[in-house]
Design a protein around this ligand. Structure first.
Ligand code: GLA
Length: 362
């Protein structure tokens, strides 16, 4: 039984204490204006950009009240535009993670998304939602971001309207999605923030301690496409049901660790409905992140592909394992895996999903 099951979900109504301000962040290469919204509560400061509906910073206190920005990213918009590989802080879509060969069939019709990762589609194809400028308006305690993706965008059928409310409620950032379509299509949206609870420029996260409410995970092939099995984590380096340092078993010779170059896997979150999926604690600062979600899965990715060539917002180069991602999601390649929870969305239905990031310290 996971450590996290039954843990209380902090749902208060502190969003009335949140202030929201907006400033211009510049213009994209295509000439689109980009804004940054700053959400401030007594506990957290969250900066969100309309480019990629992106989290560009979260200042969170440690046990002594000392604040640090715990999200990796850049100072400038142009750096985000240049970077086509990390998806720092962005919403990825229409289909977060991979679709095998970028191909899927709905009602007998086959669709093709441009393959942009080893012959497969990753994070919605070559120009995914992370590269779009979302419309935004202030709502109580936060900001509502909207993206209308036209019929045929990156090969996906149907005009898709994706709405995402970011609201700040004390120590919790709520992400609430509502998505509709004009034709049957597949959708899988997630946020791709990289966290380092010691501060974004503090180096490796291998000493961070993770607890994950997942008894199973989805093993992958060499291109990180799920094999279709749901495998038990018991006795493997994927068992985080008890708190374990991220680095403790990362050098394991388990074949899945080799294929992922470390952790880059989807975990099947135990239970259903809004529940705690993960908790991460940095033993040095005492900062903690709790991830609560309605999604059936979460991708644990520990920045295996960062290699010190990208310079972050405070001038420090991001090396391997400089951050971790917990991307709440439906399982990768679900459109081609009938046994996985469905990602099909039909006209008339509204896809609703919620993920909450709660920052604490002890
Ligand atoms: C996801 C994938 C990784 C990698 C990152 C972005 O987490 O699963 O393989 O592509 O996105 O670099």
């Amino acid at each position: 039984m996971s450590h996290l099951i039954g843990a209380p979900i902090a749902m208060t109504n502190l969003s009335a204490q949140t202030t929201v301000s907006k400033e211009s962040w510049g213009i994209t290469q295509e000439g689109k204006h980009v804004e940054i919204y700053t959400l401030t509560s007594p506990r957290l400061t969250v900066r969100l950009a309309t480019h990629g509906a992106r989290i560009v910073g979260i200042d969170a206190p440690d046990a002594t009240g000392k604040r640090a920005d715990v999200v990796l990213g850049y100072r400038e918009l142009a750096s985000y535009e240049r970077d086509r590989s990390t998806y720092f802080g962005a919403i990825v879509g229409r289909y977060g993670n991979r679709i095998a060969k970028g191909r899927f069939t709905i009602d007998g019709e086959t669709y093709q998304v441009p393959p942009n990762n080893q012959g497969h589609a990753l994070h919605g194809g070559s120009t995914g939602f992370d590269r779009r400028v979302w419309a935004a308006r202030e709502v109580p305690g936060g900001v509502e971001m909207t993206l209308v993706s036209p019929d045929g965008d990156m090969g996906f059928p149907g005009t898709l309207t994706a709405k995402l409310d970011y609201t700040l409620d004390g120590a919790s950032l709520h992400m609430s999605y509502a998505v509709t379509t004009t034709k049957p299509t597949v959708v899988n949206l997630t946020n791709h923030a990289y966290f380092n609870l010691a501060g974004e420029s503090s180096g490796s996260i291998e000493h961070h301690v993770l607890t994950l409410a997942a008894s199973r995970y989805t093993p992958v092939d060499a291109a990180l496409i799920p094999t279709g099995e749901l495998q038990s984590v018991a006795g493997t380096p994927f068992d985080f049901r008890e708190p374990t340092a991220l680095g403790e078993r990362i050098a394991s010779s388990h074949p899945q660790m080799k294929l992922g170059h470390g952790y880059d896997h989807n975990f099947v979150v135990d239970g259903e409905g809004l529940r705690v999926a993960a908790r991460v604690r940095d033993p040095e600062s005492g900062r903690m992140l709790t991830v609560t979600t309605t999604e059936p899965g979460v991708q644990l990715y520990v920045a295996n592909f960062l290699d010190g060539t990208l310079t972050g917002k405070t001038g420090v180069k991001y090396g391997r394992r400089a951050g971790f991602c917990l991307e709440t999601q439906h399982y990768p390649d679900s459109p081609n895996q009938p046994a996985f929870p469905s990602t099909l969305l039909r006209p008339g239905a509204t896809l609703r999903s919620m993920t909450v990031l709660t920052f604490g310290a002890d």
